[in-house]
Design a protein around this ligand. Structure first.
Ligand code: AMP
Ligand code: GLY
Length: 429
């Protein structure tokens, strides 16, 4: 098969690596790709939002399957454009990608179908939102309705902060049209878990669990980022919790989308909060997580092309997903200053040390070739993943491998996966 992957980050690198493991993959292209993806795929200089150009490329090269990694093109309807031209593509159509594209939609869906989530109110008028917030209890959570690069969520401790948030989102339009509607949500506490799944419109098969570290600094301090590291599996995600979620969250979500005439085909990413009252949905995404993919895919035993084809053909019920009985940790190497200001164009050394090292991976997030040298080209530069027999070993291996790579201003958190030490019932020695 000839494969085209759409996207350019660490997630797409992990997808390209996994696709390259399949005997069915003859040739892989990636648009636009990056310097790491170039090891497995021919990178094509077409942007992820250039649907017509991408479809023309797929037609010209007789691509058998296009895999869309990113949220923006999915929410924008890339799958519909490809399907209209008779091209085979993996991902939800626009009317299903709305599960991620509109928080108001997803909250209303959960309410209608009794899927556990935080209590909420939706506003399209700033004055009404302000009135509500004047009598609300705090802390409280404000969410811009649309896609906002993961930054459209504000946790407000006081009424003053909340009113300022309404101003930013609805009046100053800090997140653009994403702020036309506002969701005000009850603040929940608990452990967060990410569960990714394959869906064929009717059947859902969940992957092994993972956990993301979103804050820039150790101890979950500092600004929110696109993700500074992940580990998989989450020791907090027990079999009992899984059973509850399969029954009350996962299958009901797929059934709800089908009942609404929006059958979901692709990846549903469930962002869960394990609260005292049981697991609740924080958010849905319509694609692999980044950097969750970088710890989940290296542990997956199945041929990913078989699973994606089963989703498209509607026979995922014939597939059982299998994961290795081990653990993986991904540490993101960023440029000092991320997520605010940082330098780009710094040469990276040591990448060759990952070659032929079983269980070690370096997934590129923001890199490019300049005069034959790989240099930094983004805030998040690389994701160093290592596997181990258990989480403690995987973490040790990952931090060892972090030392193999060097570039000026290299920054990473030193506590990725550390929360796992708090789990008393699990022996990590
Ligand atoms: P989201 O983009 O909806 O996942 O929100 C980003 C982050 O904000 C989540 O990963 C949580 O850490 C936090 N968050 C979102 N909603 C809530 C909530 N209702 N209560 C507490 N924290 C939340
Ligand atoms: N790691 C969170 C996300 O991909 O949205």
């Amino acid at each position: 098969m000839k494969i085209l992957i759409v996207g350019s980050g660490g997630r797409e690198h992990a997808i390209a690596w996994k696709v390259a493991q399949s005997e069915k993959a003859e040739q892989i292209f990636c648009a636009p790709g990056n310097a790491g993806i170039a090891e497995y795929a021919q990178c094509v200089d077409i942007g992820a939002m250039e649907f017509e150009k991408l479809a023309a490329f797929a037609q010209e090269k007789e691509i058998d399957l296009t895999i869309v990694g990113m949220d923006d093109p999915l929410v924008g309807g890339i799958v519909d454009v490809f399907e209209q031209k008779g091209l085979r593509v993996f991902g939800p159509r626009k009317n299903a990608a709305i599960l991620e594209g509109s928080k108001a939609f997803s909250k209303d869906l959960m309410k209608k179908y009794h899927i556990p989530t935080a209590a909420y109110e939706t506003f399209d008028d700033a004055e009404a939102a302000v009135k509500y917030l004047q009598t609300a209890s705090y802390p409280i959570v404000l969410k811009a309705d649309g896609l906002a690069l993961g930054k459209g969520v504000l946790i407000c401790q006081t009424e003053e902060e909340a009113l300022d948030g309404v101003r930013q989102i609805m009046l100053d339009k800090k997140f653009g049209a994403a702020g036309n509607q506002l969701v005000v949500e009850e603040f929940m506490t608990g452990r967060e878990v990410s569960v990714l799944s394959f869906v064929d419109g009717k059947t859902i098969r969940t992957m092994t669990s993972a956990q993301d570290h979103k804050r820039a600094k150790d101890g979950d301090q500092g600004l929110n980022t696109g993700g500074m590291g992940t580990f998989s599996p989450s020791p907090f995600y027990t079999e009992e919790i899984d059973r509850f979620c399969q029954e009350h969250i996962y299958q009901p979500t797929v059934d709800a989308m089908a009942a609404e005439g929006r059958p979901f085909v692709g990846i549903i990413f469930f962002g869960l909060m394990l609260t005292e009252d049981g697991p609740k949905v924080l958010e849905y995404n319509a694609r692999f997580g980044d950097p969750e993919a970088q710890v989940v895919l290296p542990r997956m035993k199945n041929d990913i092309l078989d699973v994606m084809n089963a989703c498209i053909d509607g026979n995922l019920d014939q597939v059982e997903l299998e994961f290795e009985d081990n653990a993986a940790v991904c540490v993101v190497l960023a440029s000092e200053g991320y997520p605010l200001e940082y330098q780009k164009g710094l040469p990276i050394a040591g990448l060759e040390k990952f070659k032929n090292k079983e269980g070690y991976y370096v997934f590129h997030a923001g890199t490019k070739y300049v005069d034959g040298q790989i240099v930094t080209a983004g805030g998040r530069v690389l994701g160093v993943t290592a596997k181990g027999a258990d989480l403690k070993q995987a973490r040790k291996n990952a931090y060892q491998a972090v030392e193999w790579v060097s570039f000026d201003n290299k920054y990473c958190r030193s506590d990725i996966g550390k929360a796992i030490d708090e789990v008393k019932e699990i022996n990590l020695d």
